[in-house]
Design a protein around this ligand. Structure first.
Ligand code: UT7
Length: 323
């Protein structure tokens, strides 16, 4: 017998305001055709002025609780993956805790930019395996629209806002690859690549800043590193490409998503794709994709999936899990 961190529920929240590519044509030297052909993005959601990362995270968490048939006080912990918390402190996670009316347990944020949800899942898994918590709400939530330089056509057309949430629960497994839950994890970072994807501001430099990216360079690292991490976590889990029902990738660019799938020998019909509707929502993209894929009827109990993500740092990683 061994303990596994098993998915008990999933949910998401998207802000009401939908922004199609055409809207950028009105104030930037860009076209719907360029954005679609280079990134696969057709539209994204932007938070309204009164919405924040934590308010969206609360809505996603409530949906996940309803999906699991649980109450907030059934949770032992909340981990929020975000680079765009409402305030410098307290953490977005403690705001979510208060927003849910949860009066016990602990809450904290994880910051690994677009790879944040994979890092948060890995952390939640470790806490469950160590017996420190039995049920953990893992959330990815972002308001990247607040970090955009609206004059920079190379970045502002790519990102969107939203939140997704997953509840992980300790359950007995057999210790084999047939178990439900998280089967393996692989995490990496390399801080020497700081300058290809970063925000040029922060508390310690006394500014808020804007997102800056050398897209081509990030692209080059992405396909190679994502296929590599997926290979490592699949090997750790003892599963092969044929065993995998779904890749649920970070949704940054359709060409990165499909290029990685090809390197993994997994056909396009086994890839969850939400980038056309959501754009790049950073740490929110994987839980959003999981929740939407469940709603679409794509992922079902016992499906084997690989999630993989890369972002600023660079930081990248993957998780193999059976739904
Ligand atoms: O989530 C974190 C990880 N982030 C990513 O994974 C993003 C990775 N990178 C990418 O997705 C792609 O590199 C982009 C979508 C950002 C760009 O695609 P690309 O095929 O690498 O294009 P590029 O950067 O090489 O730009 C090609 C041309 C350039 O013009 P020149 O130099 O060839 O004359 C750009 O100035 O397209 C131009 N361009 C645009 N044109 C119209 C750049 N942005 C735009 C735009 N509209 N919005």
């Amino acid at each position: 017998m061994s303990i596994r961190a098993v998915v008990a529920g999933v949910g998401h929240y998207l802000p009401k305001r939908v922004v199609p590519n055409a809207e950028f044509e009105t104030f930037l030297d860009t076209t719907d055709d360029w954005i679609t052909s280079r990134s696969g993005i057709k539209q994204r959601h932007f938070a309204s002025d009164d919405e924040t990362t934590s308010s969206m995270a609360v809505a996603a968490a409530q949906a996940a609780l309803a999906d699991a048939g649980l109450n907030a006080d059934d949770l032992d912990a909340i981990i929020v993956a975000t680079s765009t918390a409402d305030l410098t402190f307290p953490s977005a996670a403690t705001m979510v805790q208060a927003g849910l009316g949860m009066t016990r347990g602990f809450a904290f944020d994880v910051q690994a930019v677009c790879a944040g949800f994979v890092f948060a899942l890995a952390n939640a898994n470790a806490q469950i395996l160590a017996g420190q918590a039995k049920r953990i709400m893992v959330i990815g939530a972002e308001t990247f629209s607040r970090l955009m330089d609206w004059q920079d056509r190379t970045t502002c057309v790519l990102f969107g806002d939203g939140a997704g949430a997953l509840i992980l629960e300790a359950q007995e497994g057999t210790g084999t690859k047939d178990d439900r839950g998280i089967l393996s994890v692989d995490l990496n970072s390399d801080g020497t690549h700081r300058d290809i994807l970063y925000v040029d501001g922060g508390v310690s430099t006394k500014t808020v800043g804007h997102l800056r990216m050398q897209g081509k360079e990030v692209f080059r690292h992405a396909v190679e590193k994502l296929a590599q991490t997926a290979h490592i976590s699949m090997e750790k889990a003892g599963v092969s490409s044929e065993d995998v029902d779904w890749i649920v990738p970070h949704q940054a660019n359709i060409r990165i998503i499909l290029g990685t799938a090809k390197k993994m020998n997994i056909s396009e019909d086994r890839v969850v794709v939400t980038v056309p509707e959501h754009g790049n929502t950073s740490a929110a993209s994987i839980p959003l994709a999981l929740s939407v894929a469940k709603e679409r009827g794509q992922i079902k109990p016992n499906d084997l999936m690989v999630t993989e993500a890369i972002g600023g740092g660079l930081a990248w990683g993957s998780v193999v899990l059976r739904w």
